[in-house]
Ligand binder design. Structure first.
Ligand code: CAA
Length: 281
């Protein structure tokens, strides 16, 4: 496996492209608008620049890694790649459309993975004629730093596909865990309701946003507080995951807090828009 196609140049897509390129793979990163592609490539370049400044890599290594990544808006460039990972918006209809196109464009043996944070792998796979080659490969934000990859089997995912993706995650220096498809998989089923609860604590006026985060950092030893984490993940993504958990389980314990929905409606998405529960410059 050498040629990788990443669909989506946002926070996750660009992080995934960077990690593949750092580990010697040739990467094509695709988004619908060249503006998004350029922004993603800019983020990767800045990350690598910081690594050079910290002395973690040399300037030559940076140039080599960047040279392995090519941007495009054309999905047809996936025709001769060995592996595809999709990291587009968390919307089932859009993902199914993308997988349908990829299924038409890609070689027979190409594995089609999705970085979805909570949607059904089985349903995404149903839009293709190769459900045994469709799988979840779920990275965590920030991708270059976080060690975990959830490797998620849909109902028809083959063992061969699972083993290939597990090995691929290891080649990237990540630690894979095996997950059978279920809403939110493992991490998000536990983590996102905790964030939702923190938003409820804020809405109830129990404590300020910074005190809630301070409490969870010092009282539970979390690296950052739940509200700062929501801003890091993106409040729109947190809402999409809560909506999925709520609709899939039909259990009120997963109801998204109205304040979360209101913030998303106001465009207070977190780091990516400069303001969420906290402000970012
Ligand atoms: N890209 C690349 N590297 C980054 C980065 C980014 N976006 N953000 C931070 N880093 C690197 C820094 O360069 C730094 O590297 P060095 O140690 O080599 O200097 C290192 O990470 C630590 O960063 P900082 O010192 O600036 O800050 P920190 O100690 O607070 O660490 C953090 C930052 C790693 C993000 C830490 O706060 C953390 O672990 N937060 C929790 C993250 C988390 O839980 N992520 C999962 C979210 S859930 C998810 O992603 C799944 C989903 O589907 C929604």
């Amino acid at each position: 496996m050498q040629k990788i196609f990443v669909v989506g140049a946002g926070t996750m897509g660009s992080g995934i492209a960077q990690v593949f390129a750092e580990n010697g793979f040739d990467v094509i990163i695709r988004d619908v608008d060249i503006k998004f592609v350029e922004r993603g490539l800019g983020v990767i370049e800045n990350n690598l620049k910081r690594s050079v400044e910290k002395g973690k890599i040399t300037e030559e290594e940076k140039i080599k890694v960047l040279g392995r990544i090519k941007g495009t808006v054309d999905i047809n460039e996936a025709k001769d790649v060995d592996f595809v990972i999709e990291a587009a918006i968390e919307n089932m209809e859009i993902k199914k459309q993308i997988f349908k196109e990829l299924d038409n464009v890609c070689k027979e043996g190409t594995i089609l993975a999705t970085n979805t944070s909570s949607l059904s792998i089985t349903e995404i796979a149903s839009s293709t004629a190769r459900p045994e080659k469709v799988i979840g490969m779920h990275f965590f934000n920030p991708v270059p730093v976080m060690k975990l990859v959830e490797v998620i089997k849909g109902m028809k995912t083959s063992e061969e596909t699972f083993n290939t993706v597990k090995e691929l995650a290891q080649k990237l220096g990540k630690t894979p865990v095996e997950v059978n498809e279920a809403p939110g998989f493992v991490v998000n089923r536990i983590l996102i309701p905790m964030i939702n609860e923190a938003i409820g604590v804020l809405a109830d006026g129990v404590a300020s946003a910074s005190d809630i985060d301070e409490a969870m950092k010092l009282g539970a030893n979390h690296p950052i507080g739940p509200l700062a984490l929501s801003d890091l993940i993106g409040n729109d993504v947190v809402l999409a995951i809560m909506d999925t958990l709520y609709s899939e389980f039909n259990d009120s314990k997963y109801r998204p807090h109205p304040l979360l929905r209101k913030m998303v409606r106001a465009g207070l998405l977190g780091r990516k828009t400069g303001k969420g529960f906290f402000e970012y410059k």
